[in-house]
Design a protein around this ligand. Sequence first.
Ligand code: HEC
Length: 114
Amino acid sequence: MVKKIVYLLPLLVGAGEDFISHYEYGQMLYNNPRGVSCVSCHGERGEGATIVEYRDIHGNQTIQGPDIRNKTKAQMLQSVNRYHRIMPKYYLTTKEVETIYDYIQKRKAYESGE
Ligand code: HEC
């Protein structure tokens, strides 16, 4: 059994980029985009999430990360590459942002049964 794994190892390493799918790569980037995870503000699927809840003189307040499942590829590229009040700026390549976009779209389609 162990012997078999040792024989397979060079194959797995050699597979390089093709070893994970485009979808998995997108998921990986969305979860861990060289900086704060998108998940913490936009939820696991891009559906949006509560970032923080607090109370001030006006009562209970919530800061919400929006649902980004219906954003266009252009909106996503623009958004990730600029400064915001809350959302951090990222240093991701166009290809990486497109891969995140594809991941969110594919997951949305899959979950709505398309
Ligand atoms: C700290 C919280 C936070 C993180 C982390 C974060 N976002 Fe956001 N994002 C926001 C908030 C809040 C908005 C609404 C606009 C604003 O106030 O900045 C937003 C807006 C957006 C929008 C919509 C822009 C528009 O045109 O309406 C997209 C797309 C987006 N984020 C994608 C991402 C992606 C992809 C990541 C990870 C690479 C990410 N965000 C990480 C908080 C976050």
